[in-house]
Design a protein around this ligand. Sequence first.
Ligand code: 13P
Length: 261
Amino acid sequence: MSDRKPLIAGNWKMNLDHQQAIALVQKIAWTLKDVDHDYEKVEVAVFPPFTDLRTVQTLLDADKLQLRLGAQDVSKHESGAYTGEVAGAFLKKLNVEYVLIGHSERRQHHNEDDELVRDKVAACFKNKLVPVICVGETLEELEAEGAAAVPVRQLTKALEGHKDIGDFVVAYEPVWAIGTGKVATSEQAAEVAKKLRQTIGELVSAETAEQTRILYGGSVKSANVAGFLASPEVDGVLVGGASLVVDEFTGICRFQKHVSL
Ligand code: 13P
């Protein structure tokens, strides 16, 4: 087992308003408290919509909850005339630690390309936010190039040309596994994670490769999480649908109960 602390990240996508967010965060926190969850051993983060962040931050603060806070996107710009965008500095002010960058839904529906992803990663580094760089291949790409080629290419572009590289996380999410109920095999997830780690080693340093957490995402449930996290290459999961269901998400957080590490 590596020294990397597993990260269980819940991407709520465009679900739950700020009042519903309070209810879900409280239930997650209570359930994990009941089972004496050790956040030092397994980190847990939630990624609510922008409009919920202030409310969730206030709740985490007031109740001294150990859940971490993430955002689903950030502007590449610092400030100014960019209607509808949200600056990294604003997120930092809300104690946001993580930001999803280049999620396939943003690549697909908002035409985010590798260059924009790179610029958003840079905005995170500048504001001392930890980007969770999302990479993954479509079914066509899987058939044409195998599983690792596109993720490696996307990660390479995302890490190119930065003056200072801060901490980051990588999430391997095969597009065909998102919200479909189809999952990659744990062998495939481990193999791609290994190649992504090699890429980090080549582009940044061996030390960074050793320290960086690589997550798997795509139809993760409490019933299948153990398979992914049994591999030393996979350091956590990025969960969509199941992160909105208390028993499912907390079950995923307790994956060590099902895995002998
Ligand atoms: P599902 O877990 O709903 O497949 O979504 C995965 C995802 O996109 C997380 O970012």
